[in-house]
Design a protein around this ligand. Sequence first.
Ligand SMILES: Nc1nc2c(ncn2[C@@H]2O[C@H](COP(=O)(O)OP(=O)(O)OP(=O)(O)O)[C@@H](O)[C@H]2O)c(=O)[nH]1
Length: 930
Amino acid sequence: MSKIRVYELAQKLGLENKDLLARLKDAGIEAKTHMSVLEADAVQKFEAGREQAEDKPAIIEERRISSGLIRRRRKAVPKPEPKPEPVAESESVEKAAAAAPVPEAPAADESSAAAAAAEKAVPVTPDSTPQIDVEPTVEEPAVEAAPEVSTEKEVKTGAKVKTEAKVGEKVEAEVEEKVEAESAAPAAAEKSPATETAPSKPSAPAVVEKASPNRAKILGRVELPQAAPPQRRQGRPAGGQPGRRPAGNAPGRPGAPARPGRPAPGPAPAPVGDIPGGKETRNKRKKKGKGGDGPAGADRHERRSKRARMEVFEPDRNDRYRRAKRSGKQQKKTEITVSKAIKRKIRISDVITVGELAKRMGVKANDLIRELMSQGNMVTINHPLDYETAAILAAEFNYEVENVGFNEETILNVDKAAVGEDKPEDLEPRPPVVTIMGHVDHGKTSLLDAIRATNVIAGEAGGITQHIGAYDVELDGRKIAFLDTPGHEAFTAMRARGTSVTDIVILVVAADDGVMPQTREAINHAKAAGVPIIVAVNKIDKPGANPEKVKQELTEFELVPEDWGGDTIFVEVSAKEKTNIDGLLEMILLQAEVLDLKANAKKHGCGAIVEARLDKGRGPVATLLVQEGTLRIGDPLVSGAHYGRVRTMTNDRGEQVQEAGPSTPVEVTGLSGVPDAGDTFNALDDEKAAKEVAQHRAQKQREAELAKTSKVSLDQLYARLQEGDVKELKVILKADVQGSVEAVRDALVKLSNDICRLVVIHTGVGGIIESDVTLATASDAIIIGFNVRPEPKAATLAEHEGVDIRLYSIIYDAVADVKSAMEGLLAPTLKEVALGRVEVRDTFHVSKVGTVAGCYVLDGKVSRNAQVRLVRDSVVIWEGKLNSLKRFKDDAREVQAGYECGIGLENYNDVKVGDIIEAFEIEETATKLD
Ligand SMILES: Nc1nc2c(ncn2[C@@H]2O[C@H](COP(=O)(O)OP(=O)(O)OP(=O)(O)O)[C@@H](O)[C@H]2O)c(=O)[nH]1
C-alpha cells in the first residue's frame, strides 16, 4: 500500500475527516490535517487496530481526581470471552451473595451484560484502581480482573468501593462524575455472572425499568447528599444511571443477585429522574416555577429550591447567603422599627449643638433648624442649645432629653448614694487629728515643739525632723496627728473651704496671763466647728502661774473642768520644761476614744491639703492629711483645680513611704499645680478622670468669679427666710469698745423671733480682720462693724468671698436694719461706694485754715466732693467732708493713687500721722428682696 492522505482514507472508510483525525490520534498516528500524508504502515496499523477495536469492548480507565470525582477514560480492551459453566458460576454467586456483607455484585455485572449486548459494554472496574490499565491485554477476563481488584480493595480497606457503570450507553471520551455504589463482595465479584450474562443481555434495561419505581425513593432519600452534584452537572439521561443503593439496603434483600440469568439487581439501576435533585426533579421544578404558581409563587418556590440545593451542595455559600439575607433583613428592620424607649432618651451634658442633637435623634439637622425657626429661634447647625430648649425640641420628635451634666461626685466615687456607706466591718479605728489654738505668745509653738521633741527623742532617735505642716506622734503605739498650723485662722480657713480636718482642738492658755481676746476667738472658732476642746494650761512653771484663774475665766465660755462638774478636759503643762506632755497626749487619746474615730482604709485615699508650696527643684509640693482610704505611690490624684500622680511620698521624719492610711500626714509631689490649704484631694482610678475633674473645677471657678454671690446678706435675708433657706442669722460683731459690743449684741439678740433666730457667733473689739471674714465665710454669717472699719485685706477677702459687712455708727441703725431685713421691710439702702484710701504722712498747721494733712493716695482716688472718714487703728475717729484738696499749691478736683496731695478736713484738725482717710460716696439703691 502506498501513501495515502487522510481525506482519502476517510472517504475509503466512510468517515468524516474530523472523526478520522481523532481516531488516528487515538491510535497514536500523527496526522495534523486532512491533507496529511499517512504512511502505508501506519494505515495498516490503524485498520488493524480498528478491526480489533470493533470487536472488543472499551475498557474504562478510572482515576479518582478528588474524593467526589472520578475521571474515566475509555481504553480499548480485548473482547472478553464468555466463561464456561455459567450455571455453576451462578450458584457460586448465590452462595457469595448470602455470605458477603454486600451481597450484590457491583455494576460491573450489569456493565458486562450491557457490554455484551451492545458489543461496547463497559466492564466497570471498581473505584480508583489503576491496575485496570494492565488488564486490557489479558485475554480472558477484563471482567474477572475487575472483581479481583475489587476483592483486593475490599480486603485492604474493608470499605465500600464507589463505582458507577453505564448501562447501554456508549461512554464518552472523558467523563467526570461522582458515583457511589457498593463494591462487590469478593466472592460474588469473582464469581459474578457478569461474563456469562450474555444470554440475559437484553434483560438489563428491563431490570432498570423494574427496579426504578420501587427503589427510587430509597435511593433518593438516602443518597441525595453524596450523589446529587455530579448528576446535576452532568445531566445524565434518566435510566442511563446505573444502580446505586445504600449500603444498608443490601442485607435487607439477601439473595437478590442470586437469580441466575439476570444481572444482579442489587445496585439498583436508579431512575435518576426520581432522585431529588436529579434532572427530572429539577425540570419539574423549573416547569412549576415557570408556569404553575404564578410569578410570586414561582419565585418563592425557585428561591426555596435554590436554597435547598445550596444547603446540600454549597454549605459555605449557603451560610453567606443566609448572612447576606439576614443582614438585609436587619437593615430593612432598622428602617421601619421605632427605637426602643431607652434609645429615645438623649443624654446631654448641660448643652448640645443643633447638629449633635440631630445626629443623636437620627433626623436631619435642617428639620431641627426649621422647627427652631418656627419657634422664633434663628439658629445654625453649630448653635448650642441649653437643656430646656433641647428638651422641648426633642419632644417634638418624640425624644426625651436627660441632663446628665458633669457629676464630680460620681467620678470621685464619693457619692454616698451611689457608692453606699462604708461597711461596718471595713471601718477601723484611726488616730485623732489635733489643732493647737490660743492667744499670741501663750506658747502654741513651744507646746508643739515640746510634743514633737518628746516624740522624736522617744521614737525616732537621730531622725531629721522635717517641717511639712503636720506630723504624727506616737504614745504607747497609739498615734496622734498634729496639724502644725497654730492659730484659729488656718483652722477656720480650712473650714471655710468645707474641710473639717480637726477632731480635737487644744486651747493653749498661759497660766500667768489667762483668757485673752484671741483665746475667745479660738473658742468661738472651735465651737462654730463643733470640735471638742481640751484646754492646755501652759507655763505652769512660771512663778505667777495661776491655773485656777484660767479655769475660772473659761467657765464663762462653757468650758467647765471635769473636777468642777463640767466635761472639759484641762491639762496643766509647761512647754518650756516639757512637763506633763505625756499627760496631755494621754488626754487627747482619751478624748479620741470617746469620739470613736473610725475610717475605711480599703478605698482610694482622700483628705485635705494642709499646706502646699512650689519647690524650685521638685515642683508643687503639698502636705496632705489622708482622712479616709489609703494613698499610694502612683495613685492618680486631683486636688482643687490641679491633678497628677503621686510621684513621691515623704513622712514628717523625711522617710519615703509607699502608702499612707487614714489620719496620716505626708508630703507629696506630682501635682500639676499648687493647691490651696484646705482644699480636698481625692485619689482616683485613672489620671484622665482626675484631669477631667480638675478642668471642670477650673471652669467652675471661673464661672463663680464671674457671678459672685454673697453668702448671706441683709438685702436678701427676707427672701431667703421666706424660702426657708435661713432659719438662723449668724452675726459676727466687731466694735470700737467692749461696751459697744455688749450693747449692740444685746439689742440684736432681742430681734430673734419664731421665724429666724439671731445668733452672735463672735464678738470682738477692734477693726474687722481677715479671720472675722473667714469665720463668716465658714459659718454663713454677716459681719456688723460698730464704729470700726475692715482692714484692707479683710475688705478684699470679704468682697472675694461675698461676705456682707455692715458698718454702723449708731446702734439704732444697726438694729433697725437687721429688724427690717428680717421683716422684709428693709429701707432703701444707702450704699457706700469706696473711692480710695489716703494715708496721712505729715501734718501742717496753717493759720486761719487749720491743720492740713500731707497725704499719699494708697489706692483708688480721692475727689474734692467725696465724703471722708478718718480711721485710726481700724477705728473710725471722724466722718465728714473735705475742706480742701490740693496738688502742690493748686486746688485739685481729684487725685489718683500713687500721688501726693494736701487734704484739709471740714471743721476737724485732730489729724495724726498714720491716720487713714477713706474717701467714699453714698449711693442710694432700692432694697431688693428677690
Ligand atoms: N516659762 C515658760 N515659758 C514658755 C512656756 N511656753 C512658751 N514659753 C515662752 O513663751 C514665749 C512665746 O512662746 P511661743 O511658743 O512662741 O508662743 P506662741 O503662742 O506660739 O506665739 P505666737 O506664735 O506669736 O502666736 C516664748 O518666749 C516661749 O519661750 C512655758 O511653758 N514656760
